[in-house]
Design a protein around this ligand. Structure first.
Ligand SMILES: C=C(OP(=O)(O)O)C(=O)O
Ligand SMILES: [Mg+2]
Length: 560
């Protein structure tokens, strides 16, 4: 038997088994001016550069053959760069003439190529990243280090890392990386959201995993947050058996006794709307409109916004789309909206608050949403505002929507004040949607992006559950629907709790729909309520999770 289990926070459900492969450390720059010892064979040293370039090219070409689509094309392009004779010749010259050690010569030659590409600008400037990648791979090869980046292996494996940049997570191939375990990271970090969107089971905030030896077989449970080294044959067989079963969602969310729960999709990029519609989602519970505004120096004009929103509405003809107005600020800064730097951006001018300073931005957006809605009368268009904190803000937003003919206007409940005042707010707003990512951040006073406070940033925290309950009670008192569109809705066990607390719809990454639907379909409403009570009455997030999981044997049966 190997070492004992490692416990972290499960952020992307599912179970997988594979050998541990550690993400290599980044390649360090070889010291400037490091030269070959006097009398060393410079020709042989220069020859090693050519041999390393061939090896790196072959390794990348082999990886490209095993990959698909965009990843394959990217790897082939990097392989071509590694074989570039001018880079090799320049580095060799630096060995022969300046007596540099091969790794330093490669570093300097690659920097010279990067500088040229940058100066030429445009398309070539974009290739600087490839040059840096090739440089690092060559230096790693020449100094007998592991190649940087996501390791290439002939078999699927569990990726273990201190932390993972979102850009790297976005490139992970679920066929090759069967699970991810990181020592740092928070449950609502973008890495966690991307892992969930890619369907890769993931556990974060598990520092003990760094001590696991390379190659140790790990069973990762991305819902329970556990990592078991050297699992029993029986446990491995069960995981493998479940991996073959593909679940789908039939578009009708309900509990075992027929209580309806709308199961909706979260959409960001309008280009993803059709896939979300094809997943069976009963509508879009959260359309994050920020996408149209990111990386811009100016807000897009009304026509451009109308077209972007229309694309999502047209994919959901016959269904509902909840469009969220711009949520700029804090973790989603937009330079043209935020002139002054803030000491605490998460507590600053973000979400609906921006409308106080820039009413024109909200006006344009409501104009575009109203036009898109009018052009797609077959879709039911609802609008909601992020970061609403007071009854006055609610009234003002609802009135602004009404002026544009948008009659179904709602609020996001992301600030504890809104959860506590949901009743009075829902006397004005037609619906509420709980953003558990921010509600958790503000309830627990824990930055959602900070790994160090990850155990606080957990929607299973009983305080968060009690605020969900308060919101649902406020909704019931006004006969208004209350949904959840934060990441909590995608956790099948937590989904049961949310329904038991009185939530009427759940919106999530489309990939999570089949699992959430299957667990709800196996659980009656009375059980949801009993488990919800136990969770909300627990004294810690870990206890809440454990007591609910213990009451849901279906999770085990489905491998969740
Ligand atoms: C859904 C939410 O909004 P976002 O993640 O975009 O802040 C949330 O806060 O839970
Ligand atoms: Mg939010």
């Amino acid at each position: 038997m190997g070492s004992s289990s490692v416990v972290g926070i499960g952020v992307s459900p599912g179970r997988a088994v594979g050998p541990a492969v550690h993400l290599p450390d980044p390649v360090a720059e070889p010291p400037a001016g490091r030269r070959l010892p006097p009398g060393a064979d410079r020709q042989a040293a220069a020859q090693r550069i050519a041999a390393s370039a061939d090896a790196v090219r072959d390794e990348l070409d082999a990886a490209a053959l095993a990959a698909e689509g965009d990843s394959a094309a990217l790897l082939h392009a990097t392989a071509a760069m590694a074989a570039d004779p001018s880079l090799v010749a320049d580095a060799q010259q630096r060995v022969l003439e300046e007596h540099l050690v091969p790794e330093r010569a490669v570093w300097e030659a690659a920097d010279a190529v990067s500088a040229q590409f940058e100066a030429l600008g445009g398309h070539l400037a974009e290739r600087v990243r490839d040059v840096v990648d090739v440089r690092n791979r060559l230096v790693a090869h020449l100094t007998d280090q592991q190649a940087p980046g996501v390791p290439v292996r002939p078999h699927p494996y569990v990726l273990v890392a201190q932390d993972l940049a979102p850009a790297l997570t976005a490139t992970l191939d679920p066929q090759r990386v069967v699970a991810v375990v990181t020592a740092a990271g928070g449950p609502t970090s973008h890495t966690a959201i991307l892992a969930r969107a890619r369907g890769i089971p993931a556990v974060v905030a598990a520092p003990g995993v760094l001590d696991v030896a390379e190659g140790t077989v790990l069973l990762v449970d991305g819902a329970a947050g556990t990592v078991t080294p050297d699992p029993s044959d029986d446990a491995v067989r069960r995981v493998r058996a479940l991996a073959g079963a593909v679940r789908t969602f039939d578009g009708d969310g309900r509990t075992a006794d027929g209580h309806r729960v709308e199961l909706l999709a979260n959409v960001g990029d309008p280009a993803d709307a059709q896939a979300a519609a094809d997943s069976g989602a009963q509508g879009v519970g959260l359309f994050r409109t920020e996408f149209a505004f990111l990386d811009r120096t100016q807000a897009p004009d009304v026509d451009e916004q109308t077209a972007a929103y229309g694309r999502v509405l047209s994919a959901f003809t016959g269904r509902k789309v909840v469009v969220r107005t711009l949520d700029a600020g804090a973790d989603k800064p937009l330079p043209f909206l935020h002139a002054a730097a803030e000491t605490n951006p998460a507590l600053g001018v973000r979400g609906l608050r921006v409308a106080q300073e820039r009413p024109d931005v909200l006006e344009d957006q409501l104009t575009a949403i109203a036009r898109a809605a009018a052009a797609h009368p077959g879709t039911t268009t609802w609008v909601m505002a992020p970061m609403v904190a007071t009854v006055d803000e609610t009234e003002q937003f609802v009135a602004a929507c009404a002026r544009h003919g948008l009659t179904t206007a709602g609020i996001m409940v992301e600030v504890p004040s809104a959860a506590l005042l949901a009743g009075p707010m829902l006397a004005h707003a037609r619906f509420a949607s709980i953003g558990t990512n921010d509600l958790t951040q503000y309830t627990m006073a824990a930055d959602r992006l900070l790994g160090a406070v990850a155990s606080l940033s957990d929607a299973w925290q009983p305080a968060v559950l009690r605020l969900v309950e308060s919101t649902a009670l406020g909704g019931a008192a006004q006969a208004r629907p209350v949904g959840v569109c934060g990441e909590a809705a995608a956790d099948p066990a937590l989904a049961v709790v949310l329904v038991g607390l009185g939530v009427t719809s759940l919106s999530m990454t489309p990939r999570a729909l089949p699992d959430v639907a299957a667990v709800l379909a196996a659980t009656d409403l009375a059980t949801c309520r009993v488990l919800a009570r136990r969770a909300a009455d627990s004294s810690s997030a870990a206890d809440a999770r454990a007591v609910v999981r213990a009451g849901l044997p279906v999770l085990d049966a489905l491998g969740l």
